[in-house]
Write a protein that binds this ligand. Structure first.
Ligand code: SAM
Ligand code: SF4
Length: 321
């Protein structure tokens, strides 16, 4: 269905847990508490939301977290959503630590694609950024996902003085493999507000200097706001999600649901609508009404470029990115 600005809303990002097996400094550093399990939506409740969403024209679902695979039975949820008539795609965003182990189950459940967060290829930096020595597991998962024929994208958040020198090494992952490498500008959400963002226009300039043959890539790469370029002869493309320097809101097609059932019209603002109460105490119509309210009140644009106007106080790990 269309929102008040004529945008077709066909995509729902679902965070299924606020727990994580990493502690990325800009997202969920040490010492953050998690909500009790009885406050988290059950898989059956999530499935009910998806059924109502499909009726409203939302046919693409992204499972995220926290880290979605730390929730027991995650592959079975993928299967439950895939089986809903009218569902077009179920994809995941994840950190890759446990992906290799669950890959066969996820594929069997019908997972369509996976985004893997990868901020560095240096084991010591990985430890510094995430708090854990788990880079090898992430790289093994990345390779396994590509080998299994899944559509794979990597997501990198560059920070000045931390991993910004690694843009080229990370980009080169797309040279010989069928995967897209994407750079996401650090957003002023949660601890992201304290970090040192690398601007994508600056990064693109650096790429142009080193690879003058780089071309705009207009092929369709998925549901997101990324803009892509390609280097002739490379297998994969390079994507840029420029939350601060690229106003992609006119094409925004999404709403979000947190693990406790808050439906968020826009990432940048704190406004949300409680669907858990509708699921636990209301009717099917009440559930649908919450989704409709979120779509109808979706703001025209975010305000990430004006930090003081961002009202969202939750951590990104509680929202799902
Ligand atoms: N744990 C999974 C993962 O890391 O992919 C899924 C959840 S995580 C919140 C989703 C994405 O949000 C990750 O790619 C992460 O790097 C990104 N992210 C977290 N905080 C961010 C921020 N402040 N600005 C931009 N991206 C952020
Ligand atoms: Fe966990 Fe993903 Fe946040 Fe890192 S970015 S702390 S892996 S939720």
């Amino acid at each position: 269905m269309k929102d008040a600005y004529g945008r077709e809303i066909n995509y729902l990002r679902i965070s299924i847990t606020d727990r994580c097996n990493l502690r990325c400094r800009y997202c969920m550093p040490e010492g953050i508490s998690c909500v009790p399990m009885d406050e988290i939506l059950t898989f059956e409740e999530i499935e009910r939301v998806c059924r109502e969403a499909v009726d409203l024209g939302i046919t693409r679902f992204k499972i995220t977290g926290g880290e979605p695979l730390v929730r027991l039975g995650c592959p079975s949820l993928i299967g439950m959503i895939k089986k809903i008539p009218g569902v077009d795609q179920v994809t995941m965003t994840k950190n890759g630590v446990e992906l290799k182990k669950y890959l066969p189950e996820l594929k069997a459940a019908g997972l369509d694609a996976v985004n893997i967060s990868l901020d560095t290829l240096n084991p010591e930096k990985f430890l510094t950024i995430t708090g854990y020595d788990r880079l090898t597991k992430v790289l093994e998962s990345l390779q396994a996902a590509v080998d299994a024929g899944l559509r794979v994208k990597t997501n990198t958040v560059l920070q000045r003085g931390m991993n910004d020198g690694e843009w080229e090494k990370l980009m080169l992952l797309a040279k010989d493999q069928h995967l897209d490498v994407r750079f996401i500008e650090l957003m002023p959400i949660g601890y992201g507000a304290d970090g040192s963002m690398v601007s994508n226009p600056d990064l693109i300039e650096r790429i142009r200097k080193k690879y003058p043959q780089v071309q705009h890539d207009s092929a369709f790469h998925g549901n997101g706001p990324a803009v892509y370029c390609r280097i002739p002869g490379w297998q994969g493309s390079i994507g840029f999600i420029s939350a601060i320097h690229g106003k992609f809101c006119a094409q925004c097609n999404r709403i979000r649901m947190t693990a406790v059932g808050e439906i968020k019209p826009c990432l940048c603002y704190e406004e949300s609508f409680d669907i858990r109460n509708a699921l636990r105490c209301g009717t099917k119509e009440d559930v649908r009404e919450v989704l409709l309210r979120a779509i109808r009140t979706k703001p025209q644009m975010h305000c990430f470029e004006k930090r003081e106007a961002v009202t969202e106080k939750k951590l990104m790990a509680k929202i799902g990115g």
